[in-house]
Design a protein around this ligand. Structure first.
Ligand SMILES: *Cc1c(COP(=O)(O)O)cnc(C)c1O
Length: 472
């Protein structure tokens, strides 16, 4: 399995999985993608159906990772996907709401959001690859909540890895603050910035743009474009498909609460590999750049000032950073076309494919989209509670609400649960009038001692902090 950029770099000298794992963007500004997808036969699918989650994960991931010895990859996968970490042997169990309507529960990891599924894998993988290469990495990131905590819980205590995480001071929920700041591990550094999320992200960019500093202090990232995360997410589409079907000639649709297009991209890849998926439903909140594209063919990333703060905050994005990977498939894998479309995004603010053959291909892929509002989320959370006696979070509600509008007779609809309601307590109280249940072990985390540093919007201070921690 060889990787090259969506914009064409490295096409003639493709890279291997471990090479791109620690890299961000390709040198031409594109994203790495396998040159072809592994395609599964009917026989392969039949063999995968009865497997446990870790065995399934190994079978799927080993088709993308061919530069780690198989027995090592198996160990990493087994360590990651255990009952101790995810609460059940199923890792992503299915909860059936009614005939042909299911929740795929992806948020039983340590930080109660689906990002744990990929991030926990990445933690073990980083430690393994860094040890092999006698290397270190200092992960610098900005978070508004979910990604930062998932990264910290995955990397805490890992050899060769430090995490420096910037978050907006007093802008995260008390639960999210408690989760991140109560970590006492010496390789985790929380910096609470007197500013908003975009200030944090700008500081990360400023540090990364200092190439000398970046090289000297081995600065890396675990943001949503990391290919290792996408590969790990492909697995639960297979798991969900097998859980709601009896034979491999049945079709299933998936509804996916979407922001940076990482989760639903994994579903698209599962389908390209031969999983019988009928529809992939892209659900957004008021930040509807993706809904607009799938409905009209116009891709128009928003400006920061146009990005709304909503009650499903992990989907508050202005541009979908993984979308470019999907584009390459859409344009029949011609990187020159991707280059031209991305040039239009940069220089003209967007592009429109509604009058091209790509538009037909988009329909053939079977995507559907929809957007919801705060009122829709509240109504959906209430409806699901009254009808099925289960609490869902605001992001999952976005997915379920759009899914409800696109159910087809005889086609199971699997809605991805992307976070537990305990993470977004205030919204649940608003919808239901009572606090959501907290999983065992999370009671009272707000009163644990917290370890973080408050700082101004000051790039030099971030650099100084890193330099001091690394010691050089
Ligand atoms: C990150 C996140 C999303 C969006 O996922 P993408 O891969 O960015 O599309 C949805 N819901 C929750 C709870 C998240 O944390």
């Amino acid at each position: 399995m060889k990787y090259s950029s969506t914009r064409g770099a490295d096409t003639d000298h493709p890279k291997s999985f471990c090479d791109i794992l620690l890299e961000g963007l390709a040198p031409d500004g594109g994203l790495y993608l396998p040159q072809t997808y592994p395609v599964l036969t009917e026989g392969d699918l039949a063999k995968l159906r009865p497997l446990s989650y870790p065995d399934l994960a190994f079978e799927i991931m080993s088709r993308f990772v061919d530069d780690i010895p198989r027995e090592d990859l198996r160990k990493i996968v087994n360590k990651t996907y255990s009952k101790e970490v995810f609460g059940t042997n199923d890792i992503t169990p299915v909860h059936t709401l009614e005939k042909d309507l299911h929740l795929l529960k992806c948020s039983n990891g340590p930080t109660l959001a689906f990002k744990d599924i990929a991030m926990q894998f990445l933690g073990h993988l980083f430690e393994y690859v860094l040890a092999k290469r006698h290397a270190e990495i200092n992960i610098l990131g900005a978070t508004s909540g979910d990604t930062g905590s998932a990264a910290e819980y995955a990397m805490k205590g890992k050899k060769g890895v430090r995490v420096f995480m910037l978050s907006p001071h007093e802008k995260m929920s008390p639960f999210q603050c408690a989760q991140m700041f109560s970590l006492q591990d010496k390789n985790i550094f929380n910096m609470s910035v007197r500013g908003v999320f975009d200030d944090c992200q700008d500081m990360v960019k400023a540090v990364s743009n200092d190439l000398e500093f970046k090289a000297k202090y081995k600065i890396g990232a675990v943001n949503s474009i990391n290919w290792g995360r996408i590969v790990a997410q492909v697995v639960y589409y297979f798991k969900g498909y097998f859980a709601v079907t009896k034979s491999n000639d049945e079709k299933v649709s998936f509804a996916v609460p979407s922001g940076n297009f990482g989760n639903v991209l994994a579903g698209h890849i599962a389908r390209m590999m031969g999983l019988p998926i009928k529809r992939l439903i892209v659900a957004t909140n008021e930040n509807d750049v993706l809904d607009e594209f799938f409905k009209t063919g116009k891709y128009r990333p928003r400006k920061t000032a146009e990005t709304r703060q909503t009650s499903s905050p992990s989907m508050d994005i202005s541009k979908a950073s993984n979308f470019e990977r999907f584009l390459l498939d859409l344009v029949w894998r011609d990187p020159a076309v991707v280059r031209e479309l991305m040039r239009k995004v940069d220089q003209e603010g967007g592009f429109d494919i509604s009058h091209c053959p790509y538009w037909k291909r988009l329909q053939a892929f079977g995507f559907i989209s929809g957007a919801s509002t705060h009122a829709d989320r509240m109504r959906t959370i209430r409806h699901v509670w009254e009808q099925y006696n289960i609490e869902i979070d605001t992001h999952t509600a976005d997915g379920l609400r759009v899914a409800e509008q696109h159910r087809e007779l005889g086609v199971p609809m699997v809605c991805l649960e992307t976070a537990l309601p305990a993470k977004f307590e205030a919204s649940i109280v608003e919808a239901l009038g009572h606090k959501p249940v907290r999983p065992a072990g999370y009671n009272g985390i707000e009163s644990l001692p917290q370890r973080f540093e408050i700082m101004d919007i000051d790039v030099a201070a971030v650099k100084a902090k890193i330099a001091m921690a690394v010691g050089g």
